[in-house]
Ligand binder design. Structure first.
Ligand code: PXL
Length: 270
């Protein structure tokens, strides 16, 4: 097949392959689109935790974005780990130059094992400036709590947080409820015209490393192909659910989900 669309991913590298830019490339590819990257940081990690993080020079991040897009224009952009305020400023400069309207922001803050992937100054710029430049922001519960300075314990709290983010200038918000201790996973999609609640059975497993990166990449891939954001969120959630359900059991800690669950290999390549 020929790729259905082109996606630029601006995110950090996860050496263990389950989250970060590795998850993003696998997801975009598994959903039939062409992946390009601008790497913001390199993490050394395995399923038991993060050993170290090195940021890429903001100038180099800008170069990756601008030079790549000048040649192959993406249909949409996904943004993941942004380690510092300098990096966010550089990414915003890049976005202004490349003028792509479909942008999905996953406000990555903390890795599964608890390692911080963003500093406080960066969180403030993300909330006050970057949020206004993107089509969709996809916080999980802890991220939504930090961004809105509220406590989130139930569906009403999630909707309230999504409304606060709209007031901060977000166009569309997807608050992901996987962290709530409930039988179902509830995701709340909200914009100024509609509210949609996606409900899925929670799959009990510790192997959920990279779910956030994977979901935002899947949404971006569908959005790049021309689906609405609401439909992209619905389909992205289905893809991640099936990837979690496959339960790979790789590594000694929180293992990766199965990005390949959507793929069938042709006979001649088996
Ligand atoms: O899942 C958040 C995330 C994003 N980006 C990178 C990561 C992680 C979590 O480990 O390593 C690079």
């Amino acid at each position: 097949m020929k790729p259905k669309s082109k996606v630029l991913i601006i995110a950090g590298s996860d050496s263990s392959g389950g989250a970060g830019i590795q998850a993003d490339i696998k997801t975009v590819t598994a959903l039939g689109s062409y992946a390009m990257t601008a790497i913001t940081a390199i993490t050394s990690q395995n399923t038991t935790g993060v050993k170290s993080i090195v940021s890429i020079d903001p100038k180099e991040i800008l170069n990756q974005i601008v030079f790549t897009c000048k040649d192959i224009k993406p249909d949409a952009i996904k943004i993941g780990m942004l380690h510092s305020s300098k990096i966010i400023k550089s990414v915003m400069k890049g976005l202004n130059k490349v003028k792509i309207s479909k942008i999905v922001l996953d406000p990555v803050m903390i890795a599964k094992g608890g390692a911080r992937l963003i500093d406080n100054k960066a969180i403030n710029i993300l909330k006050s400036k970057l949020i206004q430049k993107v089509s969709l922001i996809t916080p999980n519960i802890p991220e939504a709590e930090i961004l809105t300075k509220t406590k989130i314990k139930n569906l009403d709290n999630m909707i309230n947080a999504a409304n606060i983010l709209l007031r901060c200038g977000a166009q569309n918000v997807l608050v992901k409820g996987g962290h709530l201790n409930k039988k179902n996973v509830i995701n709340v999609f909200l914009n100024r015209k509609e509210l949609k609640i996606f409900k899925n059975k929670k799959i009990s497993t510790k192997n959920t490393h990279g779910t956030g990166c994977t979901l935002s990449s899947a949404i971006t891939a569908y959005f790049a192909c021309g689906k609405t954001l609401k439909k992209s969120c619905e389909l992205g959630t289905k893809y991640v659910n099936s990837a979690i359900g496959s339960n790979l059991k790789y590594g000694k800690g929180c293992g990766p989900i199965n990005h390949l669950n959507s793929v069938i290999i042709k006979k001649k390549f088996r």
